[in-house]
Design a protein around this ligand. Structure first.
Ligand code: AQP
Length: 332
């Protein structure tokens, strides 16, 4: 059976982008694939994190996975730091990753900003750890949002470099799976910027923990432009905010973008925003309620993670032993 690996960083509130670009797709895939879903806490510390918040977010992301419909009995759910094979394999893979490949990664450039010299080695090496996450399970498919496409291409290159260096066909080349109309949900304050957990303004995103009132307020205040809504998808060109809001509507209602554009053609933003708000609340409220219920019992969440760590750890350890044999490490 084909195997999926994917993960989310416990770096703050999960938002609509994480839901539409990632988790919602995982829910649909779980019946057709063997699934390994990780809470990537090692990636989280590539930027400074408060330890107590990191622990809380790790449980919160776990609760979100389950509340969105991931079945913890059928899928493996665990936090990355509990399986040491990720960091061990990252070293082996790092030794065959040319710096030139890493220098091309746009996420590093974005996150390191102008202070590149002060950025940590971890932030720079992040894509190698991500390759190790995927390859430790010999995953064949990786469902992600559009923003992770470049990292995934690098993971494929690294898998190919390992196979070529050792003359083996050990790693499958993992296929990216980028689905739907909301592969890149943009900020509500600026339609040219990705909706992100680490963006300072909470008004820029809809969090999975927001109340219906908060969702409605954020959509009401979302940036727009002075025109009415267009009557064709081509009319969304150079109108990033309209494009984003209509794209969110299409994704939430599981409809094609042109269908949604036709429905709201010529309408004012205010009317459309009311409908979008109702749809977002109807979709997210049951998830928020279930997350709150799950978060009230941290012991049960930890039990899911413990079970997941055992399963994931067993699989990754077996693969790591095979990899070490290929590399030529003596295991006396
Ligand atoms: N805006 C988005 N639209 C669509 N998909 C998105 N994803 C993230 N943002 C969007 C997808 O969510 C998964 C998990 O992402 P992550 O937590 O590993 O980190 P990220 O991509 O860096 O997300 P953030 O919110 O921007 O986190 P911070 O601010 O901490 O860096 C991935 O599949 C991603 O594609």
């Amino acid at each position: 059976m084909n195997r999926i690996f994917s993960g989310i960083q416990p770096t703050g509130n999960l938002h609509l982008g994480n839901y539409l670009g990632a988790i919602r797709n995982w829910v649909k895939l779980q019946k057709d694939y063997e699934c390994v879903f990780c809470i990537v806490d090692l990636h989280a510390i590539t930027l400074p994190q408060d330890p107590a918040e990191l622990r809380k977010s790790t449980r919160e992301v776990t609760a979100a996975y389950i509340a969105c419909g991931i079945d913890p009995d059928a899928c493996t759910i665990f936090n990355q730091s509990t399986v040491s094979a990720h960091t061990e394999l990252a070293w082996t893979l790092g030794c065959l990753t040319p710096l030139g490949w890493l220098n091309r990664m746009t996420q590093f450039k974005d996150k390191a900003g102008k202070h590149r010299e002060n950025a940590g080695l971890g932030l720079y090496a992040y894509p190698v750890l991500m390759a190790a996450d995927i390859l430790a399970y010999k995953a064949t498919h990786v469902p992600v949002g559009e923003d992770q496409k470049q990292h995934l291409e690098l993971a494929r290159d690294i898998a190919g470099a390992f196979n070529a260096r050792y003359g083996v066909e050990y790693f499958p080349l993992p296929e990216p799976q980028i689905f739907g109309t909301a592969t890149r949900v943009m900020s509500l304050r600026d339609g040219t910027k990705k909706m992100s957990k680490s963006e300072e303004s909470d008004q820029s995103r809809i969090n999975l923990t927001d109340t219906p009132d908060m969702i409605a307020q954020k959509i009401k205040r979302a940036k727009t432009d002075p025109h009415n809504l267009p009557d064709s998808v081509e009319g969304l060109k150079d109108r990033p905010e309209a494009d984003n809001l209509l794209g969110i509507y299409a994704a939430l209602s599981d409809r094609a973008l042109d269908d949604v554009v036709a429905e709201f053609a010529g309408k004012q933003f205010s009317e459309f925003k009311g409908k979008l708000s109702d749809l977002a609340v109807a979709t997210l409220s049951p998830i928020t309620a279930e997350m709150n219920r799950l978060m009230a019992d941290p012991g049960a969440i930890d039990a899911v993670l413990r079970r997941g760590a055992e399963r994931a750890g067993g699989m990754a350890k077996r693969h790591l032993a095979e990899i070490y044999d290929i590399v030529g490490f003596l295991r006396p």
